[in-house]
Each structure stands twice: as C-alpha cells, then as structure tokens.
Design a protein around this ligand. Structure first.
Ligand SMILES: *Cc1c(COP(=O)(O)O)cnc(C)c1O
Length: 476
C-alpha cells in the first residue's frame, strides 16, 4: 500500500486545478443565486485527480474493521450477521426516497412494513402491541417509562416515583429513569450475578412505579427468579419493564410477555441486525401487554388524547425497521428458533475452552455472552486492555472491555449465532496464544498492537484532547 496516500488527508493531496469530476449537462436552464446568498470566498475544497481520490478512500475503507472482514466478539453491543439482502432492501429506491410527510395514500407499502414488523415483534415477545417510534434502546427505555408514568397518572396515582434497577444494569437504565423524572433505587446482585430477591423485598412499597430487568442480564446470565420477582412487583402495584437489548438468546426459547412483563423494548440494531458501529443508527421499538395499548406514543399531530405521549415527530428509523423485517422474514418461523440456542451454544463453547487461561468469576451456563475478569494469572501484569490490543495484531476485533463494571478487568465476549466452528476455534487459539505470551513475553502484549497502521494510542488524551485533523500524520 502507498503509505503516503494512506497517511494523508485528502486536503494534503490537493493541487490547485486538478479535477476529478464532470457535472451532468444542466437540463433546467440557468438559475441565478441571489447575491446575498453567494459566498464571499471560494469554498476550501480539495482539488485532486480521480485516481488519487479513489485510492485515498479505498485505502481508508480497507483499514476499517467490520463483520464483513473479521470476527467481532463485541459483547453487549452485538455486531452480528448483517446480510447484504437487508442493505439491498433498505436502499431500494422505493423505500429510500419516501418522505415522512408524504400523503398517507401514497405510502401503503411502508405502512404494511410497519404493520408486519409490529406483528412479528409481538409474536416473538408475547406482547400485545408495539410502537416503532423510538430510535435507540435508550430512547425505548425512556418511552417505556413514560408509558408507565402515564398509566399511573391515568389512575390518579401520584406517589409512584421510584424505579428499581439492578446494580448490573446497563447505564442507560438509570439514565432513562432519571430523564423521565423518576427516582432510582438500586437492587443488589447476589454472588452468582443475579438479582438478590431478599434485598428486593426490602425495597418494595406503594411508591414503586416499576422494576427494570435485563434478561439475560448484562453478565449474560438468565435471571431464574423472574416469576417470583414479577409477583413481588405486581403485588405492590408496580409494573415490570423488560430491557430487551439482549433478546438474541431468548428468540424461539421464551417470551417476556409470558414471563409477566408489562412493557419492554427491543434493540432492532442488535438482535435483528443493522450495522451500528460509531453509535448508530438504531431502533428501539416498545411493546406493551394487553390493557396498556392506549398509552403507546402517538405522532405529534394526534397528540390530543389525555395522557398521550409523543417521542418522535415521525415514524422512527425506517431503514433499520426494514432490515429487521427482512432479517426476520428471511430466517422464517422455523429458523428464527435456532438463533437463541446457537448464540448460547457458541458463547458457552468459548467460555469453557478458555476458562483455564482467563478468570471466570461466575461459573455455570451463560446465555449469548459471558464475562471474564482478565487473565487468570495476575502475576504477569498483563491487563484486559493489553489482551484487547494484542487481539488486533491477530486480526480480531476486541471484545467489550471494562464493562460491566462489576469486575475490574471485565472482558465481555459475545460470538453471536452465525459464526462457524472454525471461526470460533481460530479465536480460541489466539486467546490461548495471548495467554502464553503474557507469561513468556509480557512486553509484547503490553506494547501491542504492533501490526496495525496506528500503534497504541493514549486513550485518555485521545478522549480529552482529540486532534482529529492531523493525528494521522503525527502517528505514522
Ligand atoms: C445496548 C443496550 C442498551 C442501550 O441501547 P442503545 O441502542 O445503545 O441506546 C440498553 N440495555 C442493554 C442491556 C444494552 O445492551
């Protein structure tokens, strides 16, 4: 690869007068831009020949790591199988060119997509009805809690201001409760990583609006006590909220609606594909059990009902919804039942193969993901960060690290359901190898990565003083 081209910004490759485009013939006649809307100076644009532009961006794109060029065991965030057919459907011009304000009778097809997806989600989760408006998991949580609040307001019950959140919860749970103006009460986990029911009992009262539960929880563990917990919360008048971001291992195995949950969200961009690196795009549909449908959000124009909430002026992230529906329909009723068991099998296989080298704080069966607490042998001084960086040298994306916060050296691994045994075995071999290196040549691991275009960066400095415009040059 041409390093000069690779390491440069497109502006640094610019030479006055070079051109790489030809505009199509203007078929609409001249248009005069009003003088006060014209620029005072020419726009500062790079001037390059065509091959320079093509190579510049192609080289950059090849330095991207994604599920299409490597294994991506990123726990919790689930970068998984994203079949190309999903992208084709999402990009189809009849969908991509829709405008949210188009007359309703011109978007019957899109309405059908909404309807079908809502029905699929209801059937997969056991909920009565879904809204597709929320644009992320966290947005879904906020929507769900607003639904719960409206429900209590409609009954004139004003004292229910508390939301119970397990200490293992994703940070968005307490954040959403706070944004919704509710008070957060933390329930502890037991040594086995699951909700401590005895502690929960001490928190109950007529001020509890809801309890938020993630299942499997953020440690990848199934919460066995859900029937008892649901009973306790319902007995004190509260509602049960299911954070469905980890729905993969449940698909085809069991349904939150059947476990007694009242409100839930699903992360379409996790469980039902859609690439979402860099924080988007997402979709967090919210489902409710029978009897709560009237509290689902409405679009702004219809927000005249009592207690109506609105969380999105339009209809959510339609392209993500299209991908999710395509994903569900291409798998079909029978194959989708394999998603949960395969995700679970893959995670347990990796966990069992690696637990002699890596510390497994919670033994036993996990669901789609699990957490190691760094290397078992702590005497080497090699940290989870070092292992993650060394994986890059071997061509693997790092797992999620230092989350969840329950363990100091957390390393959260999620293989997803769609990886072959050979791919998973390759990852296991490399993880073994790194554990050996940590013993025999710890410095190699501590200074990793060695093979990537940019070596070890100072994470703190990169976050606090980012120099995004010239860092490529300085680092090379
Ligand atoms: C990802 C995740 C969320 C938040 O979803 P976003 O789409 O990132 O807002 C909430 N809970 C759990 C358990 C998650 O894994």
């Amino acid at each position: 690869m041409n390093n000069k081209l690779y390491g440069s910004l497109i502006f640094e490759l610019s030479h006055p007068g070079r051109r790489a485009y030809s505009l199509p013939r203007n078929e609409f006649g001249d248009y005069k831009v009003p003088a006060d809307e014209c620029r005072k100076h020419d726009a500062e644009l790079p001037e390059c020949d065509e091959m320079t532009v093509v190579r510049h961006y192609t080289n950059h794109s090849e330095n991207n790591f994604g599920v299409d060029n490597g294994f991506y065991p990123l726990g919790s965030c689930t970068m998984k199988y994203n079949p190309c057919i999903n992208e084709e459907i999402a990009m189809h011009r009849d969908f991509a060119n829709l405008h949210p304000l188009q007359p309703a009778d011109t978007v019957k097809g899109a309405e059908q997509v909404y309807d079908d997806l809502q029905k699929c989600l209801s059937e997969l989760t056991g909920m009565s009805k879904f809204t597709l408006n929320p644009c992320a998991g966290a947005h879904g949580e906020l929507t769900g809690l607003m639904i719960i609040r409206s429900y209590f307001e409609s009954k004139g019950d004003k004292k229910r201001v508390k939301v119970i959140v397990p200490d293992s919860a994703h940070g968005t749970n307490p954040a959403s409760a706070a944004v919704c103006g509710m008070e957060i009460v933390e329930v502890k986990s037991k040594a086995d990583g699951r909700v401590d029911v005895d502690h929960l009992k001490t928190l109950l009262g007529d001020d509890i609006a809801a309890m938020m539960m993630t299942n499997p929880n953020t440690l990848g563990l199934f919460e066995y006590d859900i029937p008892e917990i649901t009973q306790l919360i319902h007995d004190c008048g509260g509602l049960m909220y299911y954070d469905g971001a980890n729905l993969n291992p449940m698909l085809g195995a069991c349904r939150p609606g059947d476990m007694g949950f009242d409100v839930m969200h699903v992360n379409l961009h996790k469980t039902f594909s859609t690439p979402h690196g860099g924080g988007g795009p997402g979709s967090g549909p919210v489902g409710v059990r029978a009897g709560l449908e009237q509290f689902l959000p409405v679009n702004n124009s219809a927000a005249d009902k009592d207690f109506a909430i609105s969380v999105n002026p339009y209809h959510g992230n339609f392209a993500v919804e299209l991908r999710a529906l395509t994903y569900i329909l291409t798998l079909g009723r029978e194959n989708i039942k394999m998603v949960g068991p395969l995700a679970t099998l893959n995670a347990n296989y990796i966990k069992e193969c690696l637990k002699d080298d890596y510390e497994l704080p919670i033994e036993g069966l996990c669901k789609h993901e699990f957490v190691f607490n760094g290397l078992k042998d702590k005497s080497t001084g090699v940290t989870t960060m070092d292992v993650a960086k060394r994986l890059l040298d071997y061509g693997y994306h790092a797992p999620t690290i230092y989350f969840p916060l329950l363990f100091h050296e957390a390393m959260m691994i999620e293989p997803t359901e769609n990886e072959s045994k050979e791919t998973i075995d390759g990852f296991i071999d490399v993880m073994h190898k790194i554990a050996q290196e940590a013993k025999n040549e710890p410095q190699t691991v501590k200074e990793a990565p060695h093979n990537t275009p940019i070596k070890r960066v100072d994470d703190v400095l990169a976050a606090k003083e980012p120099h995004v415009s010239n860092c490529t040059l300085n680092c090379l």
